[in-house]
Write a new protein. Structure first.
Length: 364
């Protein structure tokens, strides 16, 4: 008798792409009675694609986005939020309107996605040279795609041919069938067990959702609709000249210290919480000199073609900033990158307080 298939033991999170269940769809139908595309026209500050991802719970919105959406509906911002711990919340019922026509994996593909994620993690663990930058340069797997692969966000059959070819090359397999067989064999040998355990599942997703909604509720306490009048999409509402704090000191490797270094005059388009950052180095190339000062608005989400400021903390606990150019990757997600040094970051999964839009720049 053949040994039992160990794959049947793997728990699959059916909602692994849902990070923010919300009432946007319900309230849009109740108060606006408009299709999503028509409703999006009422909020030009949020792209239709991003609004769709917010409604479907696939991305975590910023507080100012929730305020704008609620304003277009004529409701309180917190009415869009859901207490996912409430006994009355039913994830199956919430997802039902989005299920029809949604791209999804069957149980078999979802389990293989987890095995593939573990296999990639195992491969990289065994070879320290397989950094995200190396995987991009050598195999054509960008960091944002690598993150989605290592977290099993979709099955192998739903990846494009370029990504599948790159995975075959990574595992030195001639085709998809051989890749599948190789990964399954690793699992049967027990080689993937510790890496499978490290992949976040449903309990971690639910905990992360609770934390994000709690953080958003805290932010909404500080964001007022009146504050949006100073945002750049309202040029008819001039802001009074004011001084805003400036920060910045070079730390190396593209990082900027969060050190106070005086004040600068805020441009009219700067929002109420805007601040300035002195770049210190030309990390984005010649288009933004090393002596530039950028104006950052934490109440605005970065847009493709613009610049973003990333807040990060290293292993020693030192906080710093990093300037990034913003583009859209092949999956339609926002990707931030710098040139000197070469650095890439997936922006959509980041907590709302960690990334902000650059709205202006001064050149010395």
């Amino acid at each position: 008798m053949p040994p039992p298939d160990r794959r049947a033991e793997i728990a699959v999170d059916r909602y692994r792409q849902i990070v923010f269940p919300n009432r946007l769809r319900e309230m849009r139908h109740r108060h606006a009675r408009l299709a999503l595309l028509q409703f999006a026209a009422l909020i030009p500050q949020i792209s239709y694609i991003r609004l769709s991802k917010i409604e479907r719970g696939e991305v975590y919105p910023r507080a100012d986005e929730i305020v704008r959406i609620a304003g277009a509906l004529g409701i309180a911002p917190r009415a869009l939020l859901i207490d996912t711990d409430a006994p009355t919340f039913d994830m199956d019922a919430w997802f039902a309107p989005f299920a029809e026509g949604a791209a999804s994996d069957d149980e078999h593909e979802a389990r293989f996605a987890l095995l593939l994620a573990a296999a990639i993690r195992a491969r990289r663990s065994a070879d320290a040279t397989l950094t995200a930058a190396t995987l991009d340069a050598r195999y054509g797997i960008p960091p944002v795609i690598l993150s989605r692969l290592e977290n099993a966000l979709k099955g192998l059959s739903r990846w494009n041919p370029q990504t599948v070819t790159a995975l075959c090359a990574l595992f030195d397999t001639p085709d998809v069938a051989a890749l599948r067989a190789h990964v399954v064999a690793l699992h049967e040998q027990g080689a993937l067990d510790p890496f499978l355990a490290a992949i976040p599942g449903a309990p971690q997703r639910r905990a992360r959702t609770r934390q994000r909604i709690a953080a958003l509720e805290a932010e909404l306490a500080d964001v007022r609709p009146a504050a949006l009048a100073a945002l750049p999409d309202r040029p008819d509402a001039p802001a009074a000249p004011r001084q805003i704090p400036a920060y910045g000191a070079p730390l190396g490797a593209g990082r900027i210290a969060k050190t106070r270094c005086g004040s600068v005059e805020a441009p009219a388009l700067a929002g109420p919480r805007a601040f300035a950052v002195r770049t210190g180095a030309a990390t984005l190339g010649g288009g933004l000199p090393g002596q530039a000062t950028v104006i950052v608005d934490p109440d605005r989400h970065p847009q493709p073609g613009g610049l973003a400021l990333l807040s990060e903390t290293d292993e020693a606990g030192i906080e710093s900033y990093r300037l990034l150019s913003v583009a859209v990757d092949r999956s339609g997600l926002l990707q931030g990158y710098s040139l000197n040094p070469a650095h890439e970051v997936a922006l959509d999964p980041l907590p709302p307080g960690d990334v902000a839009a650059v709205v202006a720049a001064y050149f010395a």
